[in-house]
Design a protein around this ligand. Structure first.
Ligand code: HEC
Length: 109
């Protein structure tokens, strides 16, 4: 194979194109928020079901503002009588996931 300047240029352009495409893939994977691949149904069953019930029928008022409910999930909420709503921020739940859980609870009511 004869290596020409032109051939090298084409190779360089092709290589740059591949690198650019690869970096787009990396960026778009990174840009996905934690809520995207979060399993709200599975988390609900594992962590919330025991207190809130199979149809999310217990111990919450779905008409409360979402921000307040997110805070309650992250930081917990003291009930009038025990058990209290536990805090889940230190158990790896973030506010996007809390919103997904609230949406899931509303969907099964
Ligand atoms: C140990 C029992 C318990 C567990 C487990 C539990 N909760 Fe609660 N949750 C409560 C109680 C009790 C309240 C009501 C507090 C009150 O009196 O306002 C509550 C309230 C809430 C509210 C309403 C908060 C508000 O401010 O209106 C939401 C939303 C909620 N829980 C979601 C969840 C989610 C999501 C999980 C699982 C990640 C979960 N809970 C796990 C007991 C629990």
């Amino acid at each position: 194979m004869k290596i020409t300047i032109n051939g090298l240029m084409k190779l360089g352009v092709a290589f740059a194109g591949v690198m650019l495409a690869a970096s787009f893939v990396v960026v778009s994977v990174r840009a996905r928020s934690s809520a995207d691949d979060f399993d709200a149904a599975g988390t609900y069953k594992a962590k919330c079901f025991a207190c809130h019930g199979a149809k999310a029928e217990k111990k919450w008022d779905s008409t409360h503002p979402e921000d307040q409910m997110v805070q309650s999930i992250l930081n917990g909420k003291k009930a009038e009588k025990p058990p209290n709503m536990p805090a889940f921020a230190d158990k790896g739940i973030d506010s996007g996931q809390a919103k997904a859980l609230i949406a899931y609870m509303k969907s099964i009511m």
